[in-house]
Write a protein that binds this ligand. Structure first.
Ligand code: S3P
Length: 741
């Protein structure tokens, strides 16, 4: 809060923008004097009457000498004249402006002063309204809006700081960028849409002199054209001042428009759908960015779960669709000939990232709408080069499977991801792909991003996987679709076989001989419907919840029980869980059942090594089961847990220690000393999920047997695999709160 000595501010141009700045400062309790200058005396009179300025007038010179900071809120083309008028009295005063184009304003200042004055801070609040005049001033206009400052090399940092402080006082978020970038970005996001709105409304108005047509216009017209009501002089100035950048943006737009026109003319339904889907998705993405719920925004979101101790577990629930199968449904659907209908698709951030990546490569995809997705396959050779890097967020599966299928394309691609994914090992796919003839660059240590050079002929290899990984196997099989000859992958232990099953379902033969999966390149995929079962990995959190909570009785419906995924069922049964598979059936080539679990006391076991790859994602939850068992549970042969979304052995051991559960960590596993018994088993406390969705959900479930609340930090990533987790947990009988920090 500024003290008694806050600087006197002079706002030159008391229109809606300048008036809103004055109103916002007043509302924030600004202690300095606010002066207004406008060539229109009425604006000054209105400003004084509204109480947004303390004094003012139409002559600049007598006001400037009283001011410490001058804000120029006049149209861009009026800037040179205002600079001229300011020059004699400028001295060391700080000057800033609110002009929508920055090159023209800086050039005007240079012209008048010879050089850019060091105390001039070019600025632009990204907020506005189609209304004009101080009467439309809104003290909330800048709240949560961005203000861009574009200081040049000669700009005094102290002046930048002072201007930043003013805007922050109005509730704005201040950022800095170079002048040229500002002008290009604004040409695309603001100036072009204004130009289109003006042009559309004018075109229609000319066609109908009496403006009758507008009587029949509804929401679509209103939403698209609102900004055509903006101040004509201001926009004439902006288009004149930012001419080159605007023309560049208009050129790009015309190319896109011509493409769409062709699609409409030729009745090219796929091209239309492709454009609309990409646009619709981009628009939704923009919306979620505004609401700060989007994937990329999520990286900076801090979500904490506060889980009350105790609770019950009962009911019938259905958890979301299988993540592994959802990824593959989009990948194979996109590469197939024909239209693939998917139901039960997981609308989690990971599988949505895969979907978006295919849209970026020109595939028309409708949905998802309540788990339904329609993919207009383009065939194995129909993908188009994406405009930029493909961002796959938190998803190791997406990055590794994409690496294989992109290695076979004719164009270059780059795969990037979030901070967690950027630390994960990719040499395990890059190395064997190179043996097939692929050209792939990784960052240091074989980490993402991956740069994949297209147009490389691939040949089949016979590969012994050094680790049991379905992602590596799937990556190589997908590359094998594009390779000459046969690709054979040997796994040291069975891993999930969804890729093989789905390829066979799409008419592409994958053979299995013992521990080897093999296929030959050069075939084609034919679309087939996909029914994605519920994800056993998500069901696991509720299986463990019921397994540790006296009195629990829970049914999980329609869960995928593929034999390569049922380690958790086998392990819980070995520990003594009362768990039954009911109503077993096969859906779209994948076995499915309802899982019925009732509480029964658990005992510690040595986890059979052959179950480890079959339960790999389930260990964080199984460790919670172990903490509630009678006796010690020992896990070995699970070094892969150290390279998941977090080092899951260490992350769980650290959290368990906070709850006062004894655990000993080994390179490839852990010993957990269970507490057994029917009352509260351990304490509460604050644990860090390290941004790992499965660690977050495991500790949520742990609270059922804790004596005090458990607070879990960094839970936003639960949305990668289990949207709706909190609501479902509450439905079965847990008490928790999701708090945004
Ligand atoms: C997955 C394979 C497993 C698993 C991951 C999903 C897949 O990874 O942990 O969550 O869909 O192929 P690895 O192949 O690294 O074991």
């Amino acid at each position: 809060m500024p003290g008694e000595t806050a600087p006197t501010l002079l706002i030159v141009g008391l229109g809606m923008i300048g008036g809103s700045l004055a109103a916002a400062l007043k509302a924030a309790g600004y202690r300095g004097t606010l002066l207004g200058c406008d060539r229109n005396d009425d604006e000054i009179a209105t400003g004084l009457a509204m109480g947004v300025i303390d004094d003012g007038g139409s002559a600049l010179a007598p006001l400037v000498v009283r001011a410490d900071i001058v804000v120029l809120a006049v149209p861009v083309l009026a800037m040179p004249a205002v600079f001229e008028a300011l020059a004699p009295a400028l001295g060391s005063r700080i000057v800033t402006d609110v002009g929508s184009t920055k090159r023209a304003v800086c050039d005007a200042a240079r012209q008048v002063f010879g050089t850019l004055p060091s105390r001039f801070v070019p600025g632009h609040p990204i907020a506005g309204s189609e209304k004009s005049g101080v009467a439309a001033a809104n003290p909330m206009l800048y709240r949560h809006h961005k203000v861009i400052l574009t200081p040049e090399a000669e700009t005094d940092p102290a002046a930048v700081q002072a201007v930043r402080g003013l805007w922050e006082l109005c509730g704005a978020q201040v950022l800095e960028m170079p002048v040229a970038r500002h002008d290009q970005v604004l040409a695309r996001t603001s100036h072009l849409p204004h130009l289109l709105a003006f042009s559309l409304v004018d075109t229609l108005a000319r066609q109908d002199e009496r403006l009758e047509i507008f009587r029949y216009a509804a929401g679509g017209f209103r939403d698209f054209t609102r900004i055509a009501g903006s101040d004509p002089v201001m926009w004439r100035d902006i288009f004149t001042a930012n001419r080159d950048a605007l023309l560049g943006a208009l050129d790009d737009f015309e190319v896109g428009l011509a493409r769409l026109r062709r699609a409409v003319e030729q009745g090219d339904s796929d091209a239309m759908l492709g454009t609309f889907d990409r646009a619709s998705h981009a628009r939704h993405y923009f919306e979620t960015l505004l609401n700060q719920t989007s994937y990329q925004a999520m990286e900076s979101r801090q979500v904490q779960y506060r889980v009350s101790p105790g609770g019950s577990v009962s009911g019938r629930i259905r958890v979301p669709g299988d993540k592994s199968i959802s990824h593959r449904s989009i990948m194979l659907g996109a590469l197939a000939d024909g239209v693939t209908e998917v139901k039960g698709f997981l609308e989690g951030e990971d599988s949505l990232a895969t979907l978006q990546a295919f849209r970026d490569m020109g595939v028309a995809i409708e949905g998802p709408h309540q788990g339904r997705v329609t993919i207009h396959g383009v065939g194995l050779h129909g993908l188009k080069p994406p405009a930029g890097p493909l961002y796959v967020g938190n998803s190791g599966t997406a990055m590794r499977l994409f690496a294989g299928l992109l290695a076979g394309q004719a164009f270059d691609t780059e795969l990037t991801g979030d901070a967690s994914l950027t630390k994960r090992p990719m040499a395990r796919v890059a190395d064997p792909l190179r043996l097939m003839g692929a050209r792939i660059d990784t960052a240091e240590g074989g980490r993402p991003p991956l740069r994949i050079h297209g147009g490389q002929p691939l040949k089949g290899i016979d590969y012994d996987m050094p680790m049991a990984s379905a992602q590596v196997k799937s990556c190589l099989l997908l590359a094998g679709l594009y390779a000459e000859g046969e690709t054979r992958v040997r796994e040291p232990a069975p891993t999930r076989d969804h890729t093989e099953r789905m390829l066979n379902g799409f008419g592409y033969a994958v053979a299995r001989e013992g521990d080897v999966a093999r296929l030959s390149g050069g075939g084609k995929l034919t679309s087939a419907p996909i029914d994605v079962p519920s994800d056993i990995s998500s069901a696991t959190f509720f299986l463990v919840a019921a397994a540790i909570t006296p009195g629990a009785d829970l049914v999980l419906e329609h869960v995928g029980v593929n034999p390569t995924r049922i380690g958790v069922i086998n392990i819980l049964k070995l520990m003594g869980a009362d768990l039954r598979l009911e109503n077993p059936r096969e859906v779209g080539g994948e076995p499915v059942a309802d899982l019925h679990i009732r509480y029964a006391p658990l005992k510690g076991i040595d986890i059979p090594v052959d179950q480890v790859p079959l339960a790999i994602d389930e260990f964080p939850a199984l460790f919670v089961a172990a903490a509630n068992a009678e006796g010690t549970t020992r896990l070995r042969g699970a070094e892969e847990l150290r390279v998941k979304e977090s080092d899951r052995i260490q992350a769980m051991a650290d959290g368990l220690a906070i709850l006062d559960v004894e655990a000993t960590v080994f390179d490839d596993g852990i010993d957990i000393v269970g507490k057994g018994g029917e009352s509260a088993n351990y304490g509460g406390g604050r644990v860090d999920s390290l941004g790992d969705h499965r660690i977050a959900m495991a500790f949520t479930v742990a609270a059922l047997r804790a004596s005090a609340p458990i607070e879990i930090d960094d839970c936003a990533n639960v949305a990668t695999s289990f949207p709706g987790f909190v609501a479902l947990a509450e439905r079965v009988g847990l008490t928790l709160e999701e708090v945004e920090a």
